[in-house]
Design a protein around this ligand. Structure first.
Ligand SMILES: [Zn+2]
Length: 475
């Protein structure tokens, strides 16, 4: 161990500790700072130091495209991205980046000390080795997917693309429901020469894989971009929610070699294992399916892997995934079976149960609030629903009003919670200023509205305030 000093592009010294066998990825080797608060990662490719495109791209990524310097939400994005904070040019080209927070390293079990790359959790085989405490419950995977979709939505909004989105470039912490996107330095920046990255097997979009045999400059060659990120994002979400790959089924695409079979099966002949009409790649006894994830996600998975698999422009955008995941989060209900492997299921109606993971039925009918928004004076349209349970996360601004999106800037204060009291389900008001009972009287904070089937009430009298219609899903 020797303390060394690198020099940033603007001439500042950066200390790091040289070790004989540093952790290394495909592109860089990584050294910690003496206090382990940051890392210095040097590119393997020594010619990188004179690669003007790469340096210009890094400048843009650290400068004008950097969400972590956003005055309003920068601190939020620092938790979702491990964004580089500086470029070093001596001894060779590299980047300075924050060290991963301790929650992203295994605390117990056979992998103690290793980074929590997503593949440990999405691969059924690797998952089998994990201690229970590290696996997390299913609701945490929804939260992880929301954070990943939100992070990618932010990149795409800025015109950036990740280009190598995969289970290796996202760390997840299922025990706490957190994720962070890493390896930010190969982003595709608008108007700049793209990085020489193909992607990671299993996440490369079919059109990219199908044209890898063409020369890099061939106009028919497909390169990573926002549309290919959309494919990788859909694969990641599918994997984290269902713990299997959406395209790897029993179908044999080429008997010649395993390599060609995979190349075709993930490339030009790729076929969704849950394709509604062509069942040739469907594993026997497939369960749960996308339908068990509820209508919002089932629809997006069909668009991503049926229509959009070979038609990149038809793929759902990251913001659509973010929105659908948030809406599905509102449908999650705890499973009655204490030994259920998921511990949560999507109460998608018309019945609340049974839980697709373990088959348990909820012990009673499940209350649900149908949310409606006013499209014209007096005319209310369905606009989401909120499944009610004891200990739920309660009611927030984005439920009470139709013009609030639960993104990075949302006020996350809870405005009300649900409780079963003497056999009645109540919405207890905590911060709804203009909650109004079904009979038309104001319900101030500290008081409650009883949820009676069909007895609609206003969550807010604002112009964007929603109407809530209580109902019960039979168990
Ligand atoms: Zn269950």
């Amino acid at each position: 161990m020797t303390k060394r000093t690198a020099t940033t592009k603007d001439g500042k010294p950066v200390e790091y500790v040289e070790v004989p066998d540093p952790p290394a990825g495909g592109m860089k080797k990584v050294y910690f700072s003496p206090d382990k608060s940051y890392v210095v990662a040097f590119f393997h490719d020594h010619q990188a130091s004179t690669d003007a495109n790469r340096i210009a791209r890094l400048d843009a990524v650290l400068g004008r495209f950097n969400p972590t310097s956003d005055p309003e939400a920068g601190e939020y994005w620092k938790r979702l991205f491990c964004w580089p904070t500086g470029v070093v040019t001596r001894p060779t080209l590299g980047v300075v980046a924050p060290a991963y927070p301790p929650g992203y390293f295994f605390e117990t079990g056979p992998f103690k000390g290793k980074e929590k790359k997503g593949k440990w959790f999405s691969s059924p085989k690797l998952r089998g080795y994990l201690p229970d405490a590290e696996r997390g419950d299913w609701r945490n995977y929804f939260q992880i997917c929301i954070l990943i979709a939100r992070a990618i939505r932010r990149l795409h909004q800025a015109g950036l693309a990740h280009s190598d989105l995969s289970c290796n470039n996202i760390l997840i912490d299922p025990s706490r429901g957190l994720s962070v996107v890493i390896d930010i330095d190969s982003l595709v920046v608008p108007g700049m020469f793209p990085p020489d990255v193909l992607g990671t097997p299993g996440y490369i979009a079919p059109e990219v894989l199908a044209t890898t045999h063409l020369p890099v400059r061939d106009p028919k060659r497909q390169h990573p971009n926002a549309r290919t990120d959309q494919h990788a994002l859909a694969v990641l979400i599918y994997e984290y929610l269902l713990f299997r790959h959406p395209l790897k089924g029993p179908k044999i695409f080429s008997a010649k070699s395993a390599e060609e079979d995979e190349h075709l099966g993930l490339g030009e002949m790729a076929l969704f294992i849950e394709h509604p009409t062509d069942q040739s790649n469907r594993p026997p006894g497939l369960k749960p399916t996308v339908a068990d994830l509820g209508p919002h996600l089932a629809d997006l998975f069909r668009r991503a892997f049926v229509n959009g698999l070979h038609a990149p422009n038809d793929r759902p955008g990251a913001i659509e995934w973010e929105r659908a995941l948030v809406r599905t989060w509102d449908l999650l209900h705890p499973c009655a079976n204490a030994k259920c492997p998921s511990r949560w299921f999507v109460a998608r109606g018309p019945k609340a149960g049974p839980c697709p993971s373990c088959g348990a039925k909820p012990p009673a009918a499940v209350p649900v609030l149908q949310l409606r928004k006013e499209v014209r004076p007096g005319q209310w349209m369905p606009d989401g629903s909120l499944v009610v349970h004891n200990g739920g996360l309660g009611l927030h601004h984005w439920h009470a009003r139709d013009n609030v999106f639960p993104g990075e800037k949302a006020d996350r204060t809870r405005l009300g919670y649900f409780a079963l009291h003497q056999g009645k389900w109540l919405l207890v008001n905590e911060g709804l200023d203009t909650l109004t009972s079904p009979g038309g009287s104001r319900v101030p904070p500290g008081q409650a509205v009883e949820l009676k089937p069909g007895a609609a009430f206003r969550l807010s009298q604002d112009p964007h305030g929603r109407l809530a219609v209580p109902g019960f899903l039979p168990n």
